[in-house]
Design a protein around this ligand. Sequence first.
Ligand SMILES: [Zn+2]
Length: 198
Amino acid sequence: MQDSPSIADPLRDANVRATSYFVLQAQHDCTRCAQRTTVFALALPAGHESTEADIELDDEDSPGLAPGDFHDWLFSESTWQKIDSPALLSQLGLLPASVAQCLQTLAPALRLNPEQGGQWTNFCEHCGSAVWEGALYATPGQPFCPKDDAADAQITIHSVDTPVDTPFHAYARMIWTDGYRNKWPLLRRLGWQDADAP
Ligand SMILES: [Zn+2]
């Protein structure tokens, strides 16, 4: 990779990192062959770090940021913040080798898809077609967006610790945290306890 600077560097371009991660496993009916196939997703526990956290620019209780602060934040090397919510990751474009190796045995259907710019994609185990991400994460009732506890229980969760010297780090275009209310049932299973819970 060193002779090709255009290829993303997992360490430099990562926007999430953690010392452990979850591999989620669920069932999906393939839209191509109509057979039931196993699909996988990655998630991070509460306490993971992200560079994508919202910055509060005009909170009424704060004195506000000086004009230069936002510029400094925007162009800083990277701004890692600890996140209190677990996070479901999707549209993964970048994974370190240690995670890729783990997925080969734990989640063989989730592979790099060269036709989609190297995005990590699930493939049907019967007909081999790529599973569209829009069918997996976004809408309640989909495999990784369970709408109730019963649907939630259909998801198998594997927890993987990373070696201390090589934490999980990745670039994910979508990071589903507790800001997405329809992810609360899943996030609770990943250890999250929301403040509003009775
Ligand atoms: Zn299929």
